[in-house]
Ligand binder design. Structure first.
Ligand code: SAM
Length: 405
């Protein structure tokens, strides 16, 4: 109804304009034709917006069981999913894999991981694939958005800034930060399937003109030196085979005097590398989350300094969070708003995936993916409880104005 009134108003307004303007020379016909084509273009844009509105509830997140099944395996051929799962598993400690091999083959290992799990992530978690510290009374979704706004605030984002999101997933944070701060955000990601999905979501959200995706490895980006006004990374640079190499590349593409902020996945100082239980938790997180190795907070800090950054401040944001970040994965916790992550929700999903795989709607190997995601959840909850692991080691770093500064 409101749309109809708006359309009628704008038609009246433009026809008034047509009649009140002095006759343009040399050709009034061309003017009228031009105005009519402007109006046609406006009508086309309104139609596109109506189309986006109609699609929004259906497509914003891949919410249904069939969406989960159809996206499973990402860009991997459906018949190859099971063998991809087996190859992925062999990279990891539980199947005899070694750290050096994971690092040497990080592109294959990480891409296989995200092809296999993205549809599960979107089904259970939404469009942003990260954790957040949480206040009492705050929903998981609210805490996730606040965690994204916090980065924008720390970076001092201003309208017009050209921002880079390193390891951007399907672009949940990118869309939120771009809208929150009126900036243009480029997301870099090495996973083709996630980029395809991200582009579709950008279009539905109507941010496709200001936000874009680039398919590339963040260890070797194709941007010229000093391109961006601000850079952030959310739970992504943990996939890098070497922190120094990754931060150095980020340093290169950041303008001098500007800021880089991130949430890193790290083992904390409480982690004991000689404790077998700690080792098991670390290995569970590595296989469940596609990681070559999980670095200590101190190693990340050292790598930042070596890359040339000045550290403004850093803190493990898990410390002092009123509600633990791992609460949504804790099977002893129940929540209606994030029901799919609870033990009952996971039980239902497990059986649903089993059924879908049995009838051939989900590819063979789907259940195996869910198994290593369950392993991840166990490792994450235990790592969080014991405070030996954090997914939110925050730092704000600055590239000095000159190398000598
Ligand atoms: C846990 S997801 C986080 C995604 C996003 N930051 C978010 O919070 O929604 C990690 C992301 O890093 C990307 N990634 C991992 N290794 C990468 C690499 N070498 N180059 C570019 N992207 C990479 C993955 O494809 C994935 O999108």
């Amino acid at each position: 109804m409101r749309l109809f009134v708006c359309n009628t108003l704008s038609l009246n307004f433009s026809s008034k304009l047509l009649h009140s303007r002095p006759s343009p020379s040399p050709s009034p016909v061309r003017f009228v034709a031009g105005a009519a084509s402007d109006e046609r273009e406006r009508e086309r844009e309104r139609e596109r917006e109506r189309e986006r509105e109609r699609e929004r509830p259906r497509k914003m997140s891949k919410a249904g069981a069939l969406d989960l099944a159809s996206g499973l395996g990402g860009k991997i051929e459906k018949t190859e999913v099971l063998s991809a799962v087996e190859q992925y598993e062999r990279y990891h400690v539980f199947y005899g894999g070694e750290e050096e091999e994971r690092k040497a083959n990080y592109t294959d290992m990480v891409n296989k991981y995200y092809d296999l799990v993205t549809s599960f992530y979107e089904f259970g978690w939404g469009e942003s694939f990260h954790f957040a510290p949480r206040w009492k009374g705050e929903s998981l979704k609210e805490s996730i958005k606040r965690h994204e706004h916090f980065l924008a605030l720390q970076l001092g984002l201003k309208p017009g800034h050209k921002v880079l999101d390193v390891g951007c997933g399907i672009g949940g944070p990118l869309r939120e930060i771009a809208r929150f701060s009126s900036t243009s955000v480029t997301g870099i990601n090495n996973n083709e399937y996630q980029i395809t999905r991200g582009k579709e979501l950008n279009r539905i959200a109507g941010v496709e003109k200001t936000c874009n995706f680039v398919k590339a490895d963040f260890m070797k980006m194709a941007f010229p030196d000093s391109t961006f006004d601000a850079i952030y990374a959310i739970e992504a640079t943990c996939h890098a085979p070497d922190a120094y190499g990754c931060y150095k590349e980020i340093y290169r593409v950041l303008k001098p005097g500007q800021y880089f902020a991130a949430y890193e996945w790290c083992m904390t100082d409480s982690f004991d590398p000689n404790n077998s239980e700690h080792q098991k938790i670390k290995a569970e997180i590595e296989i469940g989350d596609g990681l070559p190795d999980i670095r200590l907070t101190g190693q990340c800090l050292e790598a930042l300094k070596q890359a040339g950054f000045e550290i403004i401040w850093e803190k493990d944001l898990a410390v002092g969070s009123p509600l633990p970040w791992y609460l949504p994965l804790d099977t002893s916790h129940f929540s209606l708003s994030s029901f799919r992550l609870t033990s009952v929700g996971r039980f239902i999903t497990r059986n649903m995936v089993k059924g879908l795989e049995f009838v051939g709607l989900a590819p063979k190997g789907s259940q195996r993916v869910q198994d290593f995601l369950e392993k991840a959840a166990e490792g994450l909850v235990e790592g969080g409880r014991k405070e030996i692991f954090t997914p939110m080691y925050f730092f704000l770093a600055r590239k000095p104005l000159s190398e000598r500064q």
